[in-house]
Design a protein around this ligand. Structure first.
Ligand code: PRX
Length: 701
C-alpha cells in the first residue's frame, strides 16, 4: 500500500514537464582560422569510427603511443563487462609521456608552473628536466620506499609540479597511484588509503591557496591514523617541501615514518630507472569518486587503453599540437587533471600551464594575466570557474591581449548566457568551444563537438566523440527515439579504451552500478548486451546534440565535483545529538549546486547553533571544505513515507522554493508545512523553475 502512495507522489512530475530549463539555442560555426590549423578536419573520421568498424577503429588512438610489444587483440570481451583493451601489448606510461619526447623536444617546456603568489617567479620545466626529476623520484620510490609494480601508493598533493612528477615516477615503476584531491580532509584521505591498501603516503607540507600558506602536513597525520583505524598501516609518509628555505608546517615529523623528499632526493641525483614494461591491461591508477552509498569507489584505470584514449581525445578534441601552450585549469586531484593535464597532453609532447591557486586570487584578472604572459592558446575549465570569473570581473578579459584558439568546459551543464560570455568576452569571438561531457569512470570525453567539424550549440554537450555510441533508455529499458528531445537515462552502447576496468576491491559493485540496469543477458560475452549506465539524465535534440540534465542518483554535483549525499549524511550522523540526516541539492548561481542539510535531533535535545556548527565541522573534517553545506536546518521530524523512507525529494523542493506536490499520503504531512514555513517563510509562492536533477532528486529508481 505504501508503495502505491509513493508512486502516486513521484509521478506528479510528468514527462512533458521534464522540459529542459533553457531553450534550444542557435548553432555557432567554428572560426575558419581554427579549422585551418586543426588536427581533425577530415569528416571521414565518422566512417573510420563507425559502429561497424568497432572496436578496430581504436587502433588509430593506440598508434599514437609507443609500444614495447604490439598487442594481438584490440578488445577482449571474454569476461564481460570487465573489458580488456589492446591485449598482449606492453608499454610504459612514463616512457610515453616523457622519454620518447626527448629526441625532438627535450628543450621544450613540459610544464610552466605558476605559483599562486604573484611575486614568486614562474618555472618552466623542460622535458629533459622532467625526465631527470621523474627518474630521481622513481629511484627513491623503488629503493627507499621499496615500491614495486602493482603496489598502490596514495598521493595527497597540491597543484605543484611535484604532483605530476610523483605520478610519472609511479607509472615508471608500474606502481598504481591513487591521487586524493588536496582539498579533501585527512580523514577522507585515510579512508582512501585503507581502501587502496597503500602503505606509502606522499604529501606536501603546505601550499598556497587564496593568499594563505596552508599547513597540509597535519592532514597526513590524520590520514595515517584513520587508515590505521580502518586496518591499513602506513609505513612511510614522504613529505615534499613547498618552500625552498623552510618548512611550511609547524607539525612535527614522526621519527622513522616521515621523511622529507627533497632531502632524500639528494641520494638519487642523476639516477636512471628503466621504465617497467607493463601489460596494456595493468592498472595505471585509481581515482576515487562518489556514488550512491557512503563508501567512495576506486575507479581502476588501465595503462594501454586509458593512455590511448586520452592521447586520441587530446589530439582530436582538445586539438593539442606540440607547438601549443595549453592550460587546463582543473586540479590534478580530479580525473580531468589526470587525463587532460598529465597523461593526454604529455603523451602528445604538449606544453601545459600548471597553476597552484584559485582563479580569483588576487583578483578576477589573474587567469587572463597568466594566459597573456605565457601566450596560452588552449584553455580548459569548468562552468563554475567561468561563472565565478564572470561574476567577479565581467570585463576583465577585455583588458588583456590573450588569444585562445580553443576553449573547453567540463563537469557541469553550462547555461547559454554563461557560454556566450565565455565565447564573446573570454574567447573574443575567435575561439572554438568544446562542452565535454564525461565522468571519472570514463577516462576521457564521451560527448563533445569535434571542434573543426561540428558547430557549437550553447548549453548542449554536442554529439558523441568518435567511437562512442550513446543511447537514451527509459526506466523500463526501452530506447527513447533518437532526436526526440525526451528525457531518459543516457547510456553508452559500447565499451571504449578509456572506460574503467573495475571498482578496486569491489568487482560486483562495478557490475551492479554500471551494467546491471540495462544488461540484456548477464551471461553474454558480447559487448552489445552490456550498455554502460552513466547515471545522468539526458535528452537528444533532432540535430543529434545531447543535453545532460544532471545525475539521476544520490549524487550532487557541487562546482563540478561529485559528492554522495550518503557520504554527507553519514558525516552528520557522527554528531551525537543528531538522530536523522538528509542532504539535498540547492541551485547556486556560481557553484551550480550546493548541499543543504536537514537534521532531526534525538529526543529531549533542543536545537541550537552549537549543534548546527558541529554538523558543519563534522562534514568538513570527514570530507573537506568543498562539501560545506549552505545551511544546516534542524527540523522537528523528517517528512516520511508510511514505510519510513525519508522523502528527500520533498525537502529538495522546499529548499529550492518549488512546489512540494501532494504530500497528504505521507506518514506525517504536517511536518512538511512546518518545514516549508521554516525555510521559505509564510508568504512565499513556489516557483517550480528548477532543473531536472532537483525536480527528480531523491526519487526512487
Ligand atoms: O553529471 C555529469 C556531470 O559530472 C558528472 C561526472 O562527474 P565527475 O566524475 O566528477 O567527472 C567530472 C569531469 C569529467 C557527470 O555524471 N558532467 C560532467 N561533464 C558535464 C556534466 N554535466 C553536464 N555537462 C557536462 N559537460
Amino acid at each position: 500500500m505504501a508503495r502505491a502512495h509513493e508512486t502516486q507522489i513521484m509521478t506528479e512530475v510528468s514527462e512533458a514537464e521534464i522540459a529542459v530549463h533553457w531553450k534550444e539555442e542557435a548553432h555557432y560555426l567554428p572560426p575558419a582560422k581554427f579549422i585551418g590549423q586543426a588536427n581533425l578536419t577530415d569528416p571521414a573520421i565518422n566512417q573510420r569510427f563507425s559502429l561497424d568498424r568497432f572496436p578496430e577503429c581504436f587502433r588509430e588512438y593506440a598508434d599514437l603511443l609507443t609500444w614495447d610489444h604490439y598487442w594481438h587483440t584490440t578488445l577482449d570481451t571474454s569476461n564481460a563487462p570487465y573489458w580488456k583493451w589492446f591485449v598482449g601489448g606492453r608499454l610504459n606510461a612514463s616512457y610515453n609521456c616523457v622519454d620518447r619526447h626527448l629526441r625532438r623536444h627535450k628543450n621544450k617546456a613540459a610544464f610552466i608552473f605558476v605559483p599562486e603568489p604573484e611575486d614568486e617567479s614562474h618555472a618552466a620545466i623542460t622535458y629533459q628536466e622532467l625526465y631527470v626529476r621523474v627518474n630521481e623520484m622513481a629511484a627513491l620510490l623503488k629503493d627507499f620506499a621499496g615500491l614495486r609494480a602493482g603496489d598502490r601508493v596514495t598521493l595527497h598533493l597540491p597543484m605543484t609540479p611535484e604532483l605530476p612528477i610523483t605520478m610519472l615516477a609511479c607509472a615508471r615503476l608500474g606502481v598504481i597511484h591513487s591521487v586524493v584531491f588536496g582539498g579533501f580532509s585527512g580523514e577522507a584521505c585515510g579512508i582512501r588509503i585503507a581502501d587502496s591498501g597503500s602503505r606509502v603516503l606522499i604529501t606536501m607540507d603546505g601550499y598556497y591557496r587564496n593568499g594563505k600558506l596552508l599547513d597540509h602536513k597535519p592532514n597526513a597525520d590524520i590520514a595515517v591514523a584513520t587508515a590505521q583505524k580502518e586496518g591499513q598501516k602506513v609505513d612511510k609518509v614522504l613529505v615534499w617541501r613547498r618552500l625552498r628555505d623552510r618548512p611550511a608546517t609547524a607539525a612535527p615529523m614522526v621519527d622513522g615514518r616521515d621523511f622529507v623528499v627533497n632531502d632524500l632526493l639528494k641520494n638519487y641525483a642523476g639516477d636512471h630507472v628503466q621504465p617497467v614494461s607493463m601489460p596494456a591491461e595493468a592498472p595505471l591508477f585509481l581515482m576515487y569518486t562518489s556514488g550512491t552509498t557512503g563508501r567512495p569507489k576506486g575507479c581502476q584505470h588501465s595503462t594501454g587503453g586509458y593512455l590511448a584514449y586520452v592521447a586520441g581525445t587530446s589530439k582530436y578534441i582538445q586539438d593539442i599540437h606540440p607547438t601549443d601552450v595549453y592550460w587546463c585549469f582543473a586540479d590534478i586531484g580530479w580525473i580531468t587533471g589526470h587525463s587532460y593535464i598529465v597523461y593526454g597532453p604529455l603523451s602528445l609532447a604538449a606544453t601545459g600551464v600548471l597553476y597552484e591557486g584559485v582563479p580569483t586570487y588576487p583578483d578576477a584578472g589573474r587567469p587572463w594575466r597568466i594566459a597573456q604572459r605565457h601566450d596560452v592558446n588552449i584553455f580548459h575549465t569548468s562552468p563554475t570557474t567561468i561563472r565565478m570569473l564572470r561574476k567577479a570581473g565581467p570585463d576583465e578579459p577585455k583588458r588583456y591581449h590573450h588569444q585562445f584558439k580553443h576553449m573547453t568546459t567540463v563537469g557541469e551543464p553550462i547555461e547559454p548566457e554563461v557560454w556566450k560570455w565565455y565565447y564573446e568576452v573570454v574567447g573574443k569571438g575567435q575561439a572554438v568551444i568544446c562542452d565535454t561531457w564525461w565522468q571519472t569512470e570514463n577516462g576521457g570525453f564521451l560527448c563533445s563537438t569535434k571542434p573543426a567539424l561540428d558547430s557549437m550549440k550553447p548549453g548542449s554537450a554536442g554529439p558523441a566523440v568518435p567511437g562512442i555510441f550513446p543511447v537514451i533508455y527509459d526506466e523500463e529499458g526501452r530506447e527513447i527515439p533518437t532526436g526526440s528531445n525526451k528525457a531518459g537515462n543516457i547510456c553508452i552502447r559500447n565499451p571504449w579504451p578509456g572506460i574503467m576496468q573495475t571498482i578496486w576491491g569491489d568487482p560486483e559493485r562495478y557490475v551492479k552500478t554500471y551494467y546491471a540496469k540495462y544488461c540484456k543477458n548477464p551471461k553474454s560475452k558480447d559487448w552489445r548486451d552490456w550498455p554502460y549506465f552513466a547515471g545522468d539524465g539526458a535528452t537528444q535534440a533532432p540535430d543529434g546534440y545531447f543535453r545532460i540534465l544532471g545525475r539521476v542518483d544520490d549524487v550532487i554535483n557541487v562546482a563540478g565535483h561529485r559528492l554522495g549525499t550518503k557520504e554527507l549524511e553519514s558525516a552528520c550522523l557522527t554528531v551525537p545529538e543528531v538522530a536523522e540526516a538528509a542532504v539535498v541539492p540547492v541551485v547556486d548561481e556560481v557553484k551550480g549546486r550546493v548541499p543543504e542539510v536537514y537534521v532531526s535531533l534525538k529526543p529531549g535535545i533542543a536545537p541550537s547553533k552549537v549543534i548546527q556548527e558541529k554538523v558543519v565541522h563534522a562534514i568538513e573534517t570527514t570530507i573537506g571544505k568543498i562539501a560545506r553545506p549552505k545551511e544546516v536546518r534542524i527540523v522537528p521530524d523528517m517528512p516520511k513515507t508510511r514505510s519510513g523512507k525519508i522523502m528527500r525529494r520533498v525537502l529538495a523542493a522546499i529548499s529550492n522554493n518549488m512546489d512540494t506536490g501532494d504530500v497528504t499520503t505521507l506518514a506525517n504531512p504536517d511536518v512538511v508545512e512546518q518545514i516549508r514555513q521554516m525555510v521559505q517563510g509564510a508568504g512565499r509562492v513556489a516557483t517550480k523553475a528548477a532543473p531536472e536533477d532537483i525536480k527528480r532528486f531523491g526519487d526512487e529508481r
